[in-house]
Design a protein around this ligand. Structure first.
Ligand code: GDP
Length: 365
């Protein structure tokens, strides 16, 4: 499963956020997995389209799709050189596909800041420097190894790998993340194979007090938003303490609580969706009277591979997909009406599934 790592300095609200994410999940019906270990939580991906589908096709069961969050503790200044938990945290981040970087944008005299004061830009730089140094170290080690090999070899891939590693090394040397390096289609997968920390997409989660959340931010969030824009990264504002409270409320009280805050949904839902998008993920649905279910695919997935997410046999024996878009269902209100309007289609092996498609697969067994 695709994983999002939650990183940040100590005492910025990572665990509070992680616990809110994982306790909210426990409420979801038909939850197909369980918590893997204390630091990994499986979270259902909230999708308003799914609720809407169930108002037209009334199923016995509704099964949302899921993704995983990992609480990565232990990054402090000097971590890449072995400070704190040292390199232990790095191996955890390497396994993740994207990063949510929590930054402290709240002041609270009772909660010690590891660097002595609230300064989210400095915090971002501390963490990013550690990730960068760790990458520099691993790229240099790799280069030492593959440059020698490439000299005595005609292997094109190996030579290309050396070129990519050099480009990355140069960028890192200038303080730029690996993701900032421009690469072509052939080089991209080579970068991926290096499992670099600064190659992963980042979302900054700005943790604010509930009053600043209501006010729409503060000077610290403004600074983080400006910094993120320079880096081409996205931001999201959350109040993790409040999210933790909301997650603990019985579902029937949640709507009232949110309404009192002037919010339509918990901030966690926005965070999960943003992380999902950050991973380049999309959703298609299967919908029948028995069950409406959401499935996760990467963007640009063709119908047989989309079917393979349900079962490998669906992909192997794929014949065709019958499909319409959920927006068609919302417009025409029933599958029959969608058919009558000529919006129900038959698609073959080359069909690229779209986000929000409702699909039925025909296959040989
Ligand atoms: P971590 O070390 O980054 O995992 O931080 P924690 O989630 O353990 O939070 C550290 C302390 O900050 C805890 O005492 C939390 O209750 C508190 N905290 C977390 N988020 C907020 C917040 O939004 N506002 C305030 N005032 N305190 C918070």
């Amino acid at each position: 499963a695709l994983q999002v790592g939650i990183v940040g300095l100590p005492n910025v609200g990572k665990s509070t956020l992680f616990n809110a994410l994982t306790s909210a999940k426990a409420e979801a019906a038909n939850y197909p997995f369980c918590t893997i270990d204390p630091n990994v939580g499986v979270v259902t991906v909230p999708d308003p389209r799914m609720d809407k589908i169930t108002t037209f096709i009334k199923p016995q069961k509704v099964i949302p799709t899921t993704m995983e969050f990992v609480d990565i503790a232990g990054i402090v200044k000097g971590a890449s050189q072995g400070e704190g938990l040292g390199n232990q945290f790095l191996s955890h981040i390497r396994q993740t596909d994207a990063i949510v970087h929590v930054v402290r944008c709240f002041d609270d005299p009772n909660i010690v800041h590891v660097a002595g004061s609230v300064d989210p830009i400095r915090d971002i730089e501390i963490i990013n420097t550690e990730l960068l140094l760790a990458d520099l170290d691993s790229v240099e080690k790799r280069l030492q190894r593959i440059e020698k090999q490439a000299k005595n070899s005609t292997d094109k891939k190996l030579k290309a790998e050396v070129e990519v590693a050099k480009k990355v090394q140069e960028a890192l040397g200038k303080g730029l993340p690996a993701r900032s390096v421009t690469l072509d289609e052939f080089e991209m997968p080579l970068l991926k194979e290096m499992h670099l920390l600064t190659a992963k997409p980042v979302l900054y989660a700005m943790n604010v007090s509930d009053s600043d959340f209501a006010a729409g931010g503060n000077d610290w969030t403004k600074a983080v938003i400006a910094r993120a824009a320079e880096e081409n990264n996205k931001t999201i504002m959350i109040c993790s303490a409040m999210e933790a409270e909301i997650a603990l409320l019985p579902p029937e009280d949640r709507a009232d609580f949110l309404a009192a805050l002037g919010a339509e949904e918990p901030g966690l839902n926005r965070l999960i969706r943003e992380a999902y998008t950050l991973l380049g993920l999309q959703t298609y649905f299967t919908a029948g009277e028995k069950e409406v279910r959401a499935w996760t695919i990467r963007a640009n997935t063709k119908a047989p591979q989309a079917a393979g997410v349900i079962h490998t046999d669906f992909e192997k024996g794929f014949i065709r997909a019958e499909t319409y878009h959920c927006e068609d269902l919302f417009n025409y209100k029933s599958e029959q009406a969608v058919k009558d309007a000529g919006k129900y289609r038959v698609e073959g092996k080359e069909y690229v599934v779209k986000d929000g498609d409702i699909l039925f697969f025909r296959f040989n067994v």
